[in-house]
Write a protein that binds this ligand. Structure first.
Ligand code: UDP
Length: 475
């Protein structure tokens, strides 16, 4: 096998947990193949995330004052006002064009790998004359649908938000509504926000100007769309996922992402005390805001469903009385565990006691649910999450929808789904024949996911092919 240890890759994630975590994992994967891997981050993010093994970290200053963002706010999950998003994006551009460009000039790596939502990377890499690989934080299905609606605009061929339209040309006949599409694809010409223009530029630049696109997915999961998607881009395309499977032991899984707000041994002991497939895990990722009214609906539904549960509630600044029915924890002692803040998600999903996952369908969570062989209650909220829901429920058939029907931005806080719907969906994935069928399909996908990342598997080979392609340009 060809050695690739002459290669040096520089990785630049978008500073949001759902984009940083998989790219940190991927940098580890490259380092494990003997490549020199350098990861670029900022002071607050470096302090919050554990350093991946064998990966060099370079810390660049975050230009808070220049763009008018409070000092220490260096991650999208910390933003509390939608207006700050544009300033945040401006800060990322300043980093790329200033200190990142200088770093690349000085180090002359073989390749820059950065998030597709950092489209100015194309210019920075071109200046230093190195290839740029765009990292897509989503799956093939969502990416393919997004490319069709961006280019052909079938969403404007129907009258109302709720009329279904065909997404032409895709395998399997995909139908969708405007109400569920990411907002970037539902703003009319002339009324587009700065954010929408940035998203459009990101898709266009990744498709037209990258040396290739790197996906955190695996071929066997969405093979029809993995075959179709490369038609939309000029460069090449490599599947390297699921990235989370680079963690093989409990300790690594427990420390992935951020320091958990629960003692991991306590969490494991709690799970060990429960029968297989008896716990439903509820978590909406790193960024979604969930209102107190909605949390009360969830609490009531979990209690009524009569299942064991682990429920992650990200409400650092709110009193429990605002969102927790009185006496809830005492009544559910032993039955349920609430984690306030950050949970060791991969560790929990991989535990044999975990039998279901209520998820907002962020791509990482969806893939982690699949990789753990766990059926899902799908509850999408924003961005491309409704597309991931469709993949999970209609294509893979490992999930049931809770019935959310409106794509909105992540800071919108309303109660959208009622307790009865939540309870019914939880029961459907946990008990009965339908649950067993989904569990069987999910277990088969889990096996395929593990095979994909083993030596000789499709994602293992995808990484080799990417290294070979970079070696051939270097030669
Ligand atoms: N995550 C975690 N613990 C938490 C919340 C999230 O480990 O309490 C991880 C999760 O495993 C996933 C990532 O954070 O890898 C969230 O990414 P995703 O794409 O699912 O959603 P986002 O946060 O981007 O909306």
């Amino acid at each position: 096998m060809a050695s690739h240890n002459h290669l040096h890759m520089v990785f630049v994630p978008l500073m949001a947990h759902g984009h940083m975590i998989p790219l940190f994992d991927i940098a580890r994967l490259f380092a494990a193949r003997g490549v020199k891997a350098t990861l670029v981050t900022t002071p607050a993010n470096a302090a919050a995330f554990p350093k991946p093994d064998a990966v060099e970290i370079v810390i660049l200053r975050f230009p808070s004052a220049e763009v008018g963002i409070p000092e220490g706010v260096e991650n999208i999950t910390q933003l509390t006002e939608i207006d700050h998003t544009d300033k945040f994006v401006e800060a990322l551009k300043l980093i790329a064009e200033g200190p990142l460009a200088e770093l690349l000039e000085e180090r002359r790596p073989s390749c820059l790998v950065s998030d597709m939502f950092l489209p100015w990377s194309a210019d920075v890499a071109a200046r230093v004359d190195i290839p740029w690989v765009a990292f897509h934080g989503g799956g093939y299905y969502a990416q393919a649908v997004s490319e069709v609606v961006r280019r052909d605009r079938p969403q404007w061929g129907v009258e109302s938000e709720d009329d279904e339209f065909d997404v032409p040309g895709l395998p399997g006949g995909v139908r969708f509504t405007r109400r569920k599409l990411p907002s970037a694809w539902t703003e009319k010409e002339g009324e587009k926000s700065a954010h929408t223009r940035m998203v459009e530029a990101a898709f266009e630049t990744a498709a037209e100007r990258s040396f290739g696109v790197m996906m955190n997915s695996f071929y066997e999961l969405e093979s029809d769309y993995a075959d179709h998607y490369p038609k939309f881009i000029r460069g090449r395309c490599w599947s390297l996922g699921p990235a989370s499977l680079c963690f093989r032991n409990m300790e690594d899984k427990a420390n992935r992402g951020k320091q958990a707000n629960i003692d991991v041994h306590e969490c494991l002991n709690w799970l060990d005390s429960k029968p297989p497939n008896s716990v439903i895990y509820v978590c909406f990722g790193s960024i979604t805001h969930v209102s107190s009214a909605q949390l009360i609906e969830i609490a009531t539904a979990l209690e009524a469903s009569n299942q064991h549960f682990i429920w992650v509630v990200r409400r650092p600044n709110h009193d429990d009385e605002e969102w927790l029915p009185s006496g809830f924890e005492a009544r559910n002692k032993g039955k349920g565990l609430i984690i306030r803040g950050w949970a060791p998600q991969v560790m929990i999903l991989d535990h044999v006691a975990t039998g279901g996952f209520v998820t907002h369908c962020g791509w990482n969570s969806t893939l982690e649910g699949v990789s753990a062989g766990v059926p899902m209650v799908t509850w999408p909220m924003f961005a491309e999450q409704f597309l991931n829901e469709k993949l999970a429920t209609e294509v893979l058939r490992v999930g049931v929808s809770v019935g959310a029907d409106q794509n909105c931005d992540w800071l919108v806080e309303e109660a959208r789904v009622r307790r009865a719907e939540i309870e019914a969906a939880v029961r459907r994935v946990m008990v009965g024949e339908e649950a067993e069928e989904m569990r069987r399909r999910a277990a088969a996908l889990k096996e395929l996911a593990w095979k994909a990342v083993q030596e000789g598997g499709s994602s293992y080979n995808g990484l080799t092919q990417m290294l070979d392609a970079l070696t051939s340009i270097k030669c």
